[in-house]
Write a protein that binds this ligand. Structure first.
Ligand SMILES: Cc1cc2nc3c(=O)[nH]c(=O)nc-3n(C[C@H](O)[C@H](O)[C@H](O)COP(=O)(O)OP(=O)(O)OC[C@H]3O[C@@H](n4cnc5c(N)ncnc54)[C@H](O)[C@@H]3O)c2cc1C
Length: 159
């Protein structure tokens, strides 16, 4: 694709990290920044579940990331629902799950390998007046609205 773009991704959760990787893979000349309000390695104690089908998509499209993520996951084939004390097993429902922290660390390593490091402790804020509106948002030229040291911010598109 001709020309390069600057992309700001707000949030270094699983979606933000993997989006950055996919964008870089598709458009290696673009500049991609990720800002995350929390410190690195902060976690909320929960995991992320993939269906077998979702993992198949990942394996077909991005085998390197598949190989990176799946060793940190547990897999199971059946779900058991216990209704009034009676267990009912539903088979053929394959899933794999991994802890959030392990997932984020592995995705971060993947990104660092291509030269993208998320900027942690970096909240992206909007002004009170912008928040009050529900209209369009667009990235702008330099502002200070996305963390004090930021060179990229967000502002509301003029009406
Ligand atoms: C209690 C709980 C339990 C869950 N359990 C499971 C489970 O067992 N299995 C499962 O598959 N899924 C589970 N989920 C859902 C799973 O966590 C989400 O699907 C997954 O985290 C979504 O990833 P994401 O990257 O879209 O969003 P998030 O993980 O929410 O990441 C968004 C990131 O953006 C950052 N951020 C937000 N606003 C700003 C801002 N203004 N500036 C800078 N950074 C910002 C946040 O700090 C966060 O790190 C659970 C969720 C919760 C809340």
């Amino acid at each position: 694709m001709p020309g390069s773009m600057r992309t700001l991704i707000v949030g270094a959760g699983p979606a933000g990290l993997y989006l950055a990787y996919l964008l870089h893979r598709q458009r290696p000349d673009d500049r991609i920044r990720i800002v995350e309000q929390n410190p690195p390695d902060s976690t909320f104690g929960f995991g992320v579940v993939f269906s077998d089908r979702a993992l198949e998509f990942l394996r077909d499209d991005d085998p390197e990331t598949y190989d990176l993520l799946t060793p940190a996951m547990e897999r199971w084939a059946d779900l058991t629902i216990t209704h009034r004390g009676e267990p009912i097993t539903i088979d053929g429902v394959g899933f794999a799950a991994g802890g959030r922290l392990a997932l984020l660390q592995r995705l971060s390593r993947r990104l660092e390998a291509v030269g993208i490091t998320p900027e942690y402790r970096h909240p992206c804020r909007t002004s009170a007046s912008s928040r009050a509106s529900t209209s369009w948002w667009r990235p702008t030229a330099p502002t200070r609205s996305c963390g004090a040291a930021s060179s990229v911010g967000w502002a509301r598109r003029p009406p």
